[in-house]
Design a protein around this ligand. Structure first.
Ligand code: IPM
Ligand code: MG
Length: 371
């Protein structure tokens, strides 16, 4: 199979984690006889530095002409600490999501048996957690009118949702629930917000078409607590843009690290795959970031292209590294491996260079790359 992939490495740790994913995709291509061609494009602080524009037109053009997009991370402290900046890296990502109409951001949350003890949560409460967050991605407060008055003493961000925006992601979330444990939880703030009341109304109406799915509703403040208290109760969580942003970072605590969570953004045509973590500037260039969020995003990309066997092999390789304690610093600050070593191990596993049964002791030769 021949596929064109746009790669946007972005800022901070984006380039170094994305490089490991490309390595893994190349190993998949060689093993399964596919051809992946990559076009590298700019976005974010990197793009502002080089072109003055957080999302150059060529990047949109390339994305529109690709079969899939792999994206790293966005953001730079020089903008975070400057609230007056007119041009910001994040504008690039938001504009890309909007231009490609990537209205649904899908964030699976799972646990890994070898990491259970590392979570600040009790292993017995998180063992076997497996849910998926459907976050609306092109509406709500992120995209409403933004204003600051002339004196700079008052600011506002409008939160707007249309019925159509709610309907399209709600159908995707119900269809996913039907293939899973058949439970959908709408997270909103319907006791306060008008937009949340519209979400509830639309979801209740659509629920009738999916009678095999059990639906419940949680206010976002309660949901934030339940995700920590009893995460096993969830199957599919459906929510609006900003609530989804917040609760997905929170949910990553269950997996053991923010660096582990992948995501897929899908919509009317193109699809973009990115780890949920940010640009983590403190770690940039140090080869210590966790590449698994990006590599698992690449697995979601493969699945999206209809390459289920290939995606399963990448996930198996990830499980294998974790089972053998080949982990980055975020997971084990005392005994960790480099970003590039994890990428190398996973691509070697995919290429069949490491038999699945091999024990850690047998590849200690790789210690040359171990701190
Ligand atoms: C995410 C990020 C982005 C968001 C930022 C970088 C704009 O936090 O993808 O979760 O808020 O959507
Ligand atoms: Mg976020």
């Amino acid at each position: 199979m021949k596929k064109q992939i746009t790669v946007i490495e972005g800022d901070g740790i984006g380039p170094e984690v994305t490089r490991q994913s490309i390595r893994v995709l190349d190993a998949i291509a060689a093993t399964f006889n596919h051809e992946f061609n990559y076009s590298y494009c700019l976005m974010g602080a990197d793009a502002i530095d080089k072109t003055g524009n957080p999302l150059p037109d060529e990047t949109i053009e390339s994305c529109l002409n690709s079969d899939a997009i792999l994206f790293g991370a966005i953001g730079h402290p020089k903008y975070d600490n400057d609230p007056t900046a007119k041009v910001r890296p994040e504008q690039g990502l938001l504009k890309l999501r909007k231009s490609l109409q990537l209205f649904a951001n899908i964030r699976p949350v799972t646990t890994y048996a070898p990491l259970l003890h590392l979570s600040p949560l009790k292993p017995k409460n998180i063992e076997g957690v497996d849910f998926i967050i459907f976050r609306e991605l092109t509406g709500g407060i992120y995209f409403g009118k933004k204003e600051t008055n002339a004196e700079g003493t008052q600011a506002s961000d409008d939160c707007v949702y249309t019925r159509e925006e709610i309907e399209r992601i709600t159908h995707l979330a119900f269809q996913s629930a039907q293939k899973r444990k058949k439970k959908l939880t709408l997270v909103d703030k319907a006791n306060v917000l008008e937009t949340s009341r519209l979400w509830r109304k639309v979801v209740q109406e659509i629920a009738i078409q999916y009678a095999d799915v059990k639906v419940d509703f949680l206010f976002v403040d309660n949901a934030a607590m339940q995700i920590i208290l009893n995460p096993k109760q969830f199957d599919v969580i459906l929510t609006e843009n900003m609530f989804g942003d917040i609760i997905s970072d929170e949910a990553s605590v269950i997996s053991g690290s923010l660096g582990l969570l992948p995501s897929a953004s899908v919509g009317k045509g193109n699809a973009l795959f990115e780890p949920i973590h940010g640009s983590y500037p403190q770690a940039a260039g140090k080869d210590i970031a966790n590449p698994l969020g990006s590599i698992l995003s690449a697995a979601m990309l493969l699945e999206h292209l209809g390459l289920g066997k290939e995606a399963a092999l990448v996930k198996e390789a990830v499980d294998w590294t974790l089972a053998n304690s080949f982990v980055t610093k975020d997971i084990d600050p005392m005994n960790f491996y480099f970003t590039s070593t994890i990428g190398e191990l996973i691509s070697d596993y995919v290429s069949g260079k490491i038999p699945g049964s091999v024990k850690k002791e047998n590849i200690e030769l790789r210690k040359s790359t171990i701190i």
